[in-house]
Structures are given as structure tokens and as C-alpha cells.
Design a protein around this ligand. Sequence first.
Ligand code: HEM
Length: 184
Amino acid sequence: MSLNPHDFMVTMEKRVAFTPEDKEILKSNLDWGKEIAPEMADHFYAYLGRDPEMSAILDEKEGRMHRLRETFVQWFAEMFTGMDEWGNNYADRRWRIGLVHVQIGIGPQHVVPAMATVINEARKRLDTDGKPLELLDALSRICMIDLAFIEQAYVEVSSAAVLQETGWTEGLFRRLIKTGAGSM
Ligand code: HEM
């Protein structure tokens, strides 16, 4: 059940239909991406701060908010550079981000609406700045790939932990999940 981030990236690119044209438009708007990144970070952390559960996580450690703001700005810009043309380095980085969130206990219910906030706020700036709809499409697709990494990390880590603790086979585990879902 162990995920290979490089293969996962390739699969997600196809599944999300993230095209060479998407990559081109993102790269050609890198300056704009960098320019709006701090504002996106403000919206993002204001959004997390309004939720009592997420706000508590942010306040848990000294300096966390400050660190997060910086990592968010960097993360946002990386969607426009693709790091290594959205290759293995990009995939490793996204997988790592997923693992960090699993460690902290941030689940799908937190991450999905948070990513929606990013896309929504970017759309507003896009409108204001008269940017083309194709840029929004490309940004939405890469956000979906990044989201899939974070969500998949949650599933992979949980499953691996159960298998390790119990010694169950993957087949048995999958059957138990199916039966459990059927009885709910
Ligand atoms: C759109 C979804 C999200 C993105 C793109 C994102 C991005 C990031 C990035 C890039 C990091 C740094 C990872 C590293 O150290 O390698 C990080 C860490 C972290 N994120 Fe998120 N995040 C998201 C959702 C959330 C949510 C919903 C929360 C809830 C509170 C959250 C809280 C945190 C915390 C607490 C850390 C660790 C900070 C530290 O102590 O260093 N994130 N995030």
C-alpha cells in the first residue's frame, strides 16, 4: 500500500488533465503568482483562524503561524514554477507536505475547504487583474493535484499504520473496510 509519489504525480496529471498548455500559462504568470502569494496567504490564514479547531492547531506552537506563512508563500509560487517541470522533485515535495499534515492530524475535512478557499481567492484576484480564464483552469488543476497528495497521504499513512500494528494482509484489510462500509 506504499505510494510512489513519482508515479502518483503522473497518474494525477492524466486524471486531472493537467496539460502542457496549463504548464505554459502557469510559468508565464509566475511574476503574478509571486505578487499575489502574500495576499493569498493572508486570506488562507484568516480562513483557518476563523475555525476553532484549525485555529487551535495554528496556535499550538510558538512561531508556527510565522513559519506557515512563509511556507505557504513558497508553496503557492511552486505551483507556477513547477520546480522541475512538475517532475519528481515536485512530487516528492507534495508528498512531504501531505505527510506533515498527517503527522499534525489535519484531515480531509480541514484540507478540502482550505484548498477551495485558495482557488476562490485566486479567482477574485484573477478577475480584478483581468487574467484569462485559462489561468484559473490551470491553477485549479494543479491545486487539485496538490490536494490529492495531501488526501492520499492521509489514507496511505492510516492504512500502513493499521497493517503494521495488526500484521493483517492488505487483502484482509480491504475486505474489512468493504464490510464495514456495507454495515454503516
Ligand atoms: C490547501 C491546503 C494546505 C496547503 C497547501 C498547506 C501548505 C502547507 C505547507 C507547504 C506546509 C509546510 C510543510 C513542511 O514543513 O514541509 C504546511 C505545514 C503545516 N500546515 Fe498546512 N497547508 C494546507 C492546509 C492546512 C490546514 C487546513 C491546516 C489546519 C490548521 C494546516 C496547518 C499546518 C500546520 C500546523 C503545519 C506545520 C507548521 C509547522 O509547525 O512547521 N495546513 N502546510
